[in-house]
Design a protein around this ligand. Structure first.
Ligand code: C2E
Ligand code: CA
Ligand code: CA
Ligand code: CA
Length: 278
């Protein structure tokens, strides 16, 4: 268990990167980064469209690289996924996020924390154990944690993943489908997976005012979430006009630069008037 997390050998597909040498460097450095605590989390608020209040935050990882500065996840997550380092990385993110969430809870904020997990994480044999022991360690109510998975984590033949999802969901942990609509999925995959949320990908949201096709897609996802009995969140909301359109369409929650960019813990912890940001 966990030994895959330190694998040194990588198989190149030839498409993942144009610079295999650089890829190896990133992996070696990332291993040190985890040891030296160079990763940091930013948090982006999730806003209830009905009243503009914050209902939760999503944790987004960055790497404070000693030479290259603050790196976005796109610079190192693919290397982490490929090497198995994604397992210790996700464990680090969960620990940091639950620790921060415990501090917010102590300060009287009833915010959920959403953590992105990769398909590889939920397939790992010890995933439920890792999550359950962290919840116990920080005394977190399981329904304050939402795990965002992509459609690829819910494939029927991934028995381990579905078993892990069901077990954690039975214990109260929320599951959300991230980037909904962009995966090569069939709706069939949503059956039997207990979900608290569908997140509409920002590619549909960004141009929703101008493109009738995207309006149709967003309406359909909202209707689907109603049928499934879960919430629906729009990501990538960049203007008041889009937020208003989504609210009128019946969308529950929104995230995006219009409300706030992802922020470090210290900034998002500053009390906000009435906890409302619009
Ligand atoms: P995501 O989960 O879809 O997260 C949303 C991304 O969109 C974030 O990029 C966020 O900064 C960005 N974003 C938020 N609002 C807006 C907006 O209004 N407009 C635009 N253009 N962008 C917006 P970021 O932080 O670079 O993360 C990229 C992806 O990396 C995430 O996409 C997620 O898939 C992955 N990721 C981030 N943190 C983690 C993590 O801790 N674990 C895992 N496994 N994946 C992570
Ligand atoms: Ca996400
Ligand atoms: Ca997303
Ligand atoms: Ca995305």
């Amino acid at each position: 268990q966990g030994k895959r997390g330190t694998a040194d050998i990588v198989v190149y597909t030839g498409e993942r990167t144009a610079h295999p040498t650089q890829w190896l460097v990133v992996q070696a450095e990332l291993r040190h980064a985890l040891e030296r605590d160079e990763l940091v989390l930013c948090y982006q608020p999730k806003v209830r469209l009905a009243d503009g209040t914050i209902c939760g935050v999503e944790a987004l990882v960055r790497w404070q690289h000693p030479e290259r500065g603050l790196l976005p996840p796109s610079e190192f997550l693919p290397a982490a996924e490929q090497s198995g380092l994604i397992e210790p990385l996700t464990a680090w993110v969960l620990r940091r996020a639950l620790a921060d969430q415990a501090a917010w809870t102590a300060a009287g904020r009833d915010w959920t924390v959403s953590v992105n997990v990769s398909a590889r994480n939920v397939e790992a044999a010890d995933f439920t154990g890792v999550v359950e022991s962290l919840l116990a360690e920080f005394g977190t109510a399981p329904d304050r944690l939402i795990l965002e998975i992509t459609e690829t984590a819910m494939v029927d033949d991934k028995v381990t993943a579905l078993t892990a999802i069901r077990r954690l969901a039975d214990g109260g942990v929320g599951f959300s489908v991230d980037d909904f609509g962009t995966g090569y999925t069939s709706l069939d995959r949503l059956r039997g997976v207990p979900l608290v949320e569908l997140k509409i990908d920002r590619t549909f949201v960004a141009t929703v005012l101008d493109e009738p096709e995207n309006q149709a897609i967003v309406h359909a996802v909202i209707a689907l979430s109603r049928g499934l009995g879960c919430r629906v969140t729009a990501e990538g909301v960049e203007s008041a006009e889009i937020a208003d359109w989504l609210a009128a369409a019946g969308c529950d929650e929104a995230q995006g630069y219009y409300y706030s960019r992802p922020m470090p813990w210290a900034q998002i912890s500053v009390p906000m008037p009435e906890e409302a940001i619009r």
